[in-house]
Design a protein around this ligand. Structure first.
Ligand code: TGC
Ligand code: FAD
Length: 401
């Protein structure tokens, strides 16, 4: 094989997940089946290509239909609307497996499921559910979620995007920034303020006059995910496209709860991928005539990685149970998202170190995961904001302002 055709080692995917505390005993047969099927999907449809897509900054739009076919979109959405009708542990497992493949691929999935299908199912009319959910579930259409604005990221309540009541339609003006999927999306869930400063959710459809979605260029992170803006220049959104059942900031924040929960599992996937790669490498790579895994300093890294992964698994599993019981609080979700993204980021760095110079190449997944997690640390609420949500819960004193 010519050198240019040689696939990176990371395209050969032998991943098996660590389960140090026999946590599989907490899962049902159905959960394990779902995990196996998504893991196989990632091995076949993502791992062989992901380094190339990331290097080329290419979003493989054909993955959307494939994800839909296998049931990645809307796992918790009712079967009546084409969803999976599954529990939140299943949703978490799906996120873990996809993010193990790549955080950008998980972004596509969590936006579609938690930030587009969830608000339509939870806050939408019957007509909206029937019109959009089956197509979103099957991946026939792609959605995005517009909350962040150029001047309002951590503080979405200050948003400037406006929707004015004009009788049978709302006139939408403003812009959103940093929107995952936007340049390829068929619909956007957009959060805008009406004349009374009340935040409303609108379903904006591609093709509506005055609506455009310029692509964000120059990203060094999530390079296989596509990001863009949403620009609204006197867009007439029919009233039938307004989400009727909930308004106020609590509506978008309710969606974020679901997506943040999914990220807590996704980050474990990344951590597992780096741990498994490091374990293998430490047994294969020899220095001073011994496998590097025989040195105490390398064993310390591996032992600490496994400990943090196991703690994170327990956190997300219990949170999933609370989600299923409808008892999970925003602060509990913040703790899991924040902790698991942090431990995954630390594990990636240790894994990169174990691989020495090879760790900076695309033969191994660490650098891609490392760059990706810089976005995951920031989006869906920054690391600092989640700490402050916890501080507010503990003291009863919000310190955001
Ligand atoms: P605050 O005064 O605390 O609350 C305003 C209203 O919202 C209610 N509420 C919630 N309702 C449902 N679920 C939740 N989790 C809720 N949290 C709060 C609250 O009761 C209140 O209701 P009401 O009726 O009294 O009005 O709001 P605040 O303005 O002080 O903000 C608090 C803060 C800073 C925590 C919040 O703004 C925040 O979370 N900021 C972070 C922004 C963020 O996470 N943006 C994410 C954008 S989307 C994204 O990043 C997608 S990336 C996807 C991918 O590619 O994977
Ligand atoms: P800022 O809010 O300006 O924060 C800058 C820094 O200040 C951060 O470190 C922050 O923690 C800190 N800070 C801010 N306020 C406080 C405070 N009160 N106390 C202490 N520290 C504070 N948004 C969407 O709506 N939809 C999407 O699909 C989406 N996808 C994204 C994809 C990518 C790749 C990225 C990078 C972002 C995406 N976002 C999306 C936006 C994301 O949610 C925001 O970037 C995030 O909420 C932070 O906002 P900001 O970037 O404006 O940072």
């Amino acid at each position: 094989m010519k050198n240019k055709d040689k696939k990176p080692k990371s395209s050969i995917d032998n991943f098996e997940s660590p389960d140090f505390y026999n946590l599989d005993e907490l899962l049902t047969q159905e959960h394990i089946m779902i995990r196996n099927s998504i893991r196989d999907f990632v091995k076949k449809e993502i791992s062989p290509f992901i380094e190339d897509w990331s290097e080329k900054n290419y979003f493989p739009s054909e993955i959307v239909g494939k994800m839909g076919e296998i049931g990645i979109f809307g796992p918790t959405t009712s079967e009546k609307y084409g969803g999976g009708g599954l529990d939140y542990i299943s949703y978490g497992i799906i996120m873990q497996e996809i993010e193990r493949g790549d955080s950008g691929m998980r972004s596509t999935a969590s936006v579609q499921s938690s930030l587009v299908m969830f608000p339509i199912e939870e806050y939408g009319s019957e007509e909206q559910k029937n019109k959009f959910l089956p197509k979103l579930a099957s991946g026939k259409i792609l959605g995005c979620f517009g909350l962040t604005e150029p001047d309002h990221g951590s503080n979405p309540s200050g948003m400037k995007t406006k929707c004015e009541d004009k009788g049978d339609y709302y006139l939408l003006n403003g812009s959103k920034m940093w929107i995952s999927n936007s340049p390829e999306a068929d619909i956007a869930i957009v959060w805008a303020k009406d004349e009374n400063e009340r935040i409303k959710g609108l379903i904006v459809e591609r093709g509506m006059s005055g609506f455009s979605t310029p692509k964000t260029k120059g990203k060094w992170s999530l390079r296989a995910s596509i990001t863009g803006e949403l620009v609204f220049d006197n867009v007439k959104v029919p009233k039938s496209n307004v989400l009727p059942k909930k308004d106020g900031l609590g509506a978008p924040l309710g969606c974020l709860d679901k997506a943040r929960y999914g990220i807590s599992w996704g980050a474990i996937g990344v951590a597992m991928d780096c741990y498994e790669a490091s374990k293998r490498y430490s047994l294969e790579r020899k220095q001073f005539n011994k496998p590097i895994g025989s040195f105490q300093l390398v064993q310390k890294k591996l032992a600490e990685m496994l400990t943090e992964i196991t703690k994170a698994q327990l956190l997300s599993w219990k949170l999933g149970k609370l989600m299923d019981e409808g008892k999970a609080t925003t602060a509990q979700i913040s703790m899991a998202k924040r902790n698991n993204v942090e431990i995954a980021s630390n594990i990636i760095r240790e894994a990169r170190q174990i691989h020495g110079g090879m760790g900076i190449t695309n033969e191994y997944p660490m650098m891609r995961h490392m760059m990706n997690l810089e976005s995951v640390l920031t989006y869906e609420g920054t690391h600092e904001i989640h700490l402050l949500i916890l501080g507010n819960e503990i003291t009863g004193i919000p310190s955001f302002e």
